[in-house]
Ligand binder design. Structure first.
Ligand code: EPZ
Length: 449
């Protein structure tokens, strides 16, 4: 397959309005029920995997967020047919791919674009994808992806900002991941799905979205066993077929609303969740003094008093997720006593702390990976800026608990990963609005009083 320079971005939705801000008046406990969307971090690789068959694939329960639009645009530029058949349902047909170079500006900004490497390398034995961006939370190496592709027989180089992978044949191999990586596990698993023979990947990531991608591929005819454990075994198949698949609920969105209940002393039920995926989050909520009730597909969190202090270390699944680290820090900053939060996955994930301190938190970050938190009785509203997706969501929660008004800038980051975030919060009684100008903010202040 030749590399073609053709560009035809399908504008599934325009880029976020750079001026958008959240105007928030804090102080209301969040109360009610909230429906959780499909998992963004499962949907991104599943879109890439959907292009590995020439047959039509339907994917359901996709979240309507900006990163998804960027990924769908990237697919359409390669010639994959992408059609939204509902707000949360997409049809994908990869029968007419004509361009194996993925290098649009949008793709540089999202991490998920690198899943096209594994998908296209598996199917076409050739792929070129721009070195991915995503949230600025650390160096975010790709060496384990490259190591896996090479073990399958591909030649891989990084040139002119692109990762280029090419192989005559892909052959099954025994691969030991030096680092537990969600992205590398999924990427290598995808390529190995269409390799010749058996691949064994050891020291895999076990996150629910790794399992979801394997389940999706199996529903297309792949032969993948062991996803969700340390060792994944993939017997290569010659081709994949179409399917109709629903993505798992987003455990990080759910966890974010669960901590919003804890921080605002509220009573929130998250619906359409898989409680098993949230065990580490639930355990920490219980530890800090919340009541947590689980049913088949929902979890209720009730908080009636300030949180208790504790210690947390982020770890690969089933440990406490790095994507929930800012949210628990926001809760612990209101606890009596001293808490310690250690970030062990990414080097640079405490950027939001600076903003939280402007709201009255007493937190010191030491060595880049440890936050020493001395609890304060309350936050106070301030003008703050979102540094990244999860840090942004956590700052919004802090603002909802704060005394007075907060203006949150740069909310496009939050909208990359949370569907209708402010609307869902409004449904729980939050006083939050999307505004564009200082004048709008003043109007909001007058309205809510
Ligand atoms: C995924 O990132 C998620 N992104 C992240 O979510 C999430 O925080 C992360 O997994 C951990 O759960 C997507 O799914 C798009 P990793 P990923 O590879 O795949 C190191 C969010 O907020 N590493 O598991 O990039 C790496 O530097 C985002 O939704 C290597 O050293 O994460 C990191 O320290 C942010 N070499 C650690 O492993 C490699 O080749 C884990 O990274 C690959 C990774």
């Amino acid at each position: 397959m030749a590399f073609v320079e053709k560009r035809q971005d399908v504008n599934l939705r325009t880029e976020g309005n750079q001026m958008e801000q959240y105007a928030i008046k804090g102080g209301n406990p969040l109360v009610g029920e909230v429906e959780i969307a499909g998992a963004k971090n499962a949907a991104l690789p599943i879109f890439a995997a959907a292009a590995m068959t020439d047959e039509t694939v339907y994917i359901d329960n996709i979240p309507d967020v900006r990163d998804i639009d960027v990924m769908l645009n990237a697919l359409s530029v390669t010639g994959v047919m992408v059609k939204r058949v509902g707000r949360h349902r997409v049809m994908v047909n990869g029968g007419n791919v004509h361009n194996l170079t993925v290098d649009s500006e949008g793709c540089k900004k999202i991490r998920g674009s690198y899943y096209l490497l594994g998908a296209f390398l598996g199917k076409y034995k050739c792929a070129e994808v721009v070195l991915p961006g995503g949230c600025d939370i650390g160096s975010r190496a790709v060496d384990q992806h490259l190591k896996g592709f090479r073990a399958l027989g591909a030649e891989v180089v990084i040139e002119h900002g692109l990762i280029k992978a090419r192989a005559e044949h892909l052959r099954g191999s025994h691969i030991y991941m030096d680092k537990v990586s969600v992205g590398a596990t999924i990427n290598v698993m995808m390529a190995a799905t269409l390799a010749e023979g058996m691949t064994i990947i050891e020291n895999c990531a076990k996150e629910p979205h790794v399992v979801d991608v394997a389940s999706f591929l199996n529903s297309c005819g792949a032969n993948i066993k062991g996803a969700g454990t340390d060792v994944i075994r993939i017997r290569g198949v010659a081709r994949l077929h179409g399917t109709d698949y629903a993505i798992i609920p987003d455990q990080i969105e759910a966890g974010t609303f669960m901590f919003a209940a804890a921080v605002t002393k509220g009573d929130v039920t998250v619906k359409n969740v898989i409680p098993k995926h949230l065990e580490s989050v639930t355990a920490k909520l219980l530890e800090i003094g919340c009541e947590v009730e689980e049913a088949d597909d929902c979890i209720r969190v009730v908080a009636t008093k300030p949180p208790m202090h504790t210690q947390v270390r982020t770890l690969p699944y089933p440990g406490f997720p790095t994507d929930m680290q800012p949210q628990i820090t926001v809760a612990l900053a209101l606890a009596r006593g001293t808490s310690i939060v250690t970030e062990s996955i990414f080097e640079n994930r405490f950027k939001y702390v600076e903003e939280l301190v402007r709201m009255g938190a007493d937190i010191k970050v030491e060595g880049g990976d440890t936050a020493i938190i001395s609890g304060v009785p309350r936050y106070t509203g301030a003008s703050i800026t979102v540094p990244d997706l999860r840090g942004g969501a956590a700052l919004v929660i802090a603002a909802l608990a704060a005394e007075g008004f907060t203006m949150v800038d740069n909310v496009k980051y939050v909208e990359r990963g949370y569907e209708d975030f402010h609307i869902k919060l409004q449904g729980l009684g939050a006083q939050i609005e999307l505004v564009e100008t200082e004048k709008d903010f003043q109007k909001f202040k007058l309205k809510v009083g």
